[in-house]
Design a protein around this ligand. Structure first.
Ligand code: ADP
Length: 183
């Protein structure tokens, strides 16, 4: 049935970059809510215009929007043999919705890519995306701390979490992810 993976960790911990390589290696789709939202922004859809305002502050786009996007994406043919979720769920209500979408036999593994807040600020500011200002980054870190980090415990209780040190060069972190996925 393939692999059903969830990548969790603070914003700017390098998840997106790592996720792409892991997905290519495993032949599974990369389901990134951030990337899907940015596509809408680029295409100038109504949703994109609405989302951009929120993304530029660092807050979360509404649950209804991202849940609908994920449900639709996971229902496509190429998601039958597994997927990697990146940037979703980001709060308890999204985690509940995901359980509802997946039903029995949900996620196999949650890879937690960890990095300190200092490390993250430095990395994000070097990246230079339109939502990458110091203020936005602080908001995103606060949102992570308050809403997303509590999900670690939820998935820990289910015995799904594998922790990876996210500090280091991209290939090093990638090797750590590959190692925990091979276990
Ligand atoms: P990063 O990993 O750098 O934080 P993402 O690409 O995952 O970036 O997300 C960028 C922005 O898109 C977030 O700050 C948020 O505004 C929005 N976003 C992405 N995923 C979600 C989600 N699951 N729920 C709500 N908003 C989201």
């Amino acid at each position: 049935m393939g692999r059903r993976l969830l990548l969790l960790g603070p914003p700017g911990a390098g998840k997106g970059t790592q996720a792409l390589v892991v997905c290519r290696a495993l032949g599974i789709p990369h389901v990134s809510t951030g990337a899907m939202l940015r596509e809408h922004v680029e295409e100038g859809t109504d949703l994109g215009r609405m989302a951009k305002e929120i993304m530029d502050t660092g807050d979360l786009v509404s649950d209804a929007i991202v849940v609908a996007m994920v449900a639709e994406r996971l229902s496509r043919d190429d998601a039958v043999c597994g997927w990697l979720l990146d940037g979703f769920p980001r709060n308890a209500s999204q985690a509940d919705a995901l359980d509802g979408i997946l039903g029995d036999g949900g996620i196999d593994t949650v890879v937690l890519v960890d990095a300190s807040e200092e490390e993250i600020l430095a990395r994000v500011l070097a990246r230079g995306r339109s939502d990458d200002t110091a203020e936005t980054t602080r908001t995103r870190l606060a949102v992570y701390r308050e809403q997303t980090a509590p999900l670690i415990e939820l998935y820990e209780q289910r015995g799904l979490v594998r922790r990876v040190d996210g500090v280091g060069a991209i290939p090093e972190v990638l090797c750590r992810i590959v190692e925990v996925l091979a276990q």
